[in-house]
Design a binder for this molecule. Structure first.
Ligand code: GLN
Length: 483
């Protein structure tokens, strides 16, 4: 049985009886057991439940009863998205044994369509990172070469889909966390418009910029799952009504006559040569399909890394204040501790990156520095948004490489936070401005690593964005993952 099919193919093969759900889920679990010791994508496996659910769905199909549109497809969920009855650790010691009493809205929506939650996947602690090395449970590895990082923070999502351990995964993207692993692992990753997908049940890191986003093998699969997870939610008052757009329709509309702006600041300095040439090839392909591509300068992008790390850390310092080992926590006696000693002992259990962000965040929010840092960052954010608004008056889409460099060795940059932060240069603009952005696998480097190309569109233009991404995808013919 081929586990490397798309979710869309899975649906049609289950419908026509070529495969049974139980068979597919059982084979997926076997596959997970075979490759997990190499890639470590999963934190918690939901194998028993998954198999039981698969049997029930098969029975329903046999009896011609109504079954949800996911038809039992195995989906993995980033471990910062709440799942009732299944641990949600955020890859942190703080939540090592935490079981949420409810499902995130996206999870309920998937379950309502008979998706099977196959397990919870690894991330950088509380989604802070770009490599999935900052997990309390150890790093996830890139299936294209297991000595290399898979991107992050949704590394488990990227790897589980890329290594045939799930058909689709849900990640979260605060500054590129869905798109970075998608790019490094040769899968598709979408960061939707802020408010298109409910964040209810997503453990907050930087709530004003993050969105839950899907990772899948094809653009069609992204459209399929976006139909299910998008829409207004009474439990998240930042959600918007998208008028129930069907993202799967007219995916093949093409890009003929579409205007695409090549972001100057994201295609020049510091970008790996092979990444630049892949981007140029992608642009030529799109031109060949009738798109008009012209350079566009968005100079405020130069402030994006500083603005992002100021705002995200500020929000993190506030959001993570709740982990005091009273309401959430691990087995650690309170007896005999004076208050300050207790707090410092407990809060000392965060990993180094989370600690760094909380300290930075508390600093930029503190009296006397607020205006100098936080307010300034918000002004830069507003400037980025207004320059993008201007750009979208002239073009339909923007294009840039998703990641500035190729995957690198695990451990190589772990002690160099600034270098790691700079890796987000091309992804955070979409978060700071709330617009949608997608990473499409486009090429493989001479050293054998995937290169993803990013397309960005104006607010709520997911349908058009997916059409452009589909057009780009159809120009490629990429090899299968070597693991
Ligand atoms: N690398 C970015 C950060 O560490 C983005 C992470 C994310 O999108 N969750 O904040």
């Amino acid at each position: 049985m081929n586990l490397g099919i798309s979710a869309t193919e899975f649906v049609s093969q289950v419908r026509d009886g070529t495969i049974s759900v139980e068979e597919f889920v059982a084979k997926t679990i076997e596959r997970i057991q075979k490759v997990e010791n190499k890639v470590h994508a999963y934190i918690t496996l939901n194998d028993k439940n998954a198999l039981e659910k698969a049997k029930i769905i098969d029975k329903k199909i046999c009896a011609k009863e109504k079954v949800g549109s996911c038809l039992g497809m195995p989906i993995s969920i980033k471990d910062n998205i709440c799942t009732a009855g299944l641990k949600t650790t955020c890859a942190s010691k703080m939540l090592e044994n935490f079981i949420a009493p409810y499902d995130a809205t996206v999870v309920s929506k998937l379950k309502a369509q008979d998706a099977i939650i196959i397990g919870k996947v690894n991330l950088d602690e509380f989604a802070m990172g770009s490599t999935t090395e900052f997990s309390y449970f150890g790093p996830t590895k890139n299936p294209w070469n297991i000595e290399y990082v898979p991107g992050g923070s949704s590394g488990g999502s990227g790897v589980s889909v890329s290594a045939f351990e799930s058909l689709i995964s849900l990640g979260s993207d605060t500054g590129g966390s869905v798109r970075s692993p998608a790019s490094f692992c040769s899968v598709v990753g979408l960061k939707p418009t802020y408010g298109l997908v409910s964040r209810h049940g997503l453990v907050s890191y930087a709530n004003s910029i993050e969105q839950i986003g899907p990772v899948a093998r094809t653009v069609e699969d992204i459209a399929f799952i976006l139909n299910i997870i998008s829409g207004q939610d009474v439990r998240d008052n930042t959600t918007i009504d998208n008028g129930s757009v069907d993202y799967t329709r007219d995916l093949d509309a093409g890009v003929s006559g579409r205007k695409i702006g090549i972001i100057t600041q994201m295609t020049s300095d510091g970008i790996d040569k092979e990444v630049v040439s892949a981007t140029n090839r992608a642009i030529s392909k799109l031109q060949g399909l009738g798109a008009e591509c012209t350079p566009v300068s968005i100079d405020a992008v130069e402030h994006s890394v500083a603005a992002y790390y100021t705002i995200a850390s500020a929000e993190a310092s506030s959001n993570l204040a709740r982990y005091d080992n009273l309401r959430y926590g691990f087995d650690f006696g309170i007896e005999g501790y004076e208050f300050k000693a207790y707090v410092s002992k407990v809060r000392g259990n965060f990993g180094p990156e989370v600690t760094r962000r909380m300290l930075l965040g508390a600093f930029v929010l503190s009296a006397g520095y607020y205006g100098k840092y936080y307010l300034k960052a918000q002004k830069a954010r507003a400037k980025i948004k207004s320059q993008l608004d201007e750009a979208f008056k002239k073009v339909d889409f923007l294009i840039a490489p998703t990641m500035p460099i190729l995957p690198f060795k695990i451990g190589e940059k772990i002690d160099d936070p600034l270098t790691l932060y700079l890796l987000d240069i091309n992804t955070i603009t979409a978060n700071l401005s709330g617009i949608p952005a997608i990473s499409v696998p486009f090429d493989i480097s001479s050293s054998g690593f995937p290169i993803g190309i990013q397309l960005l569109a104006n607010t709520l233009q997911e349908k058009e964005l997916l059409q452009a991404a589909y057009a780009l995808q159809e120009t490629t013919n990429l090899p299968e993952v070597p693991i």
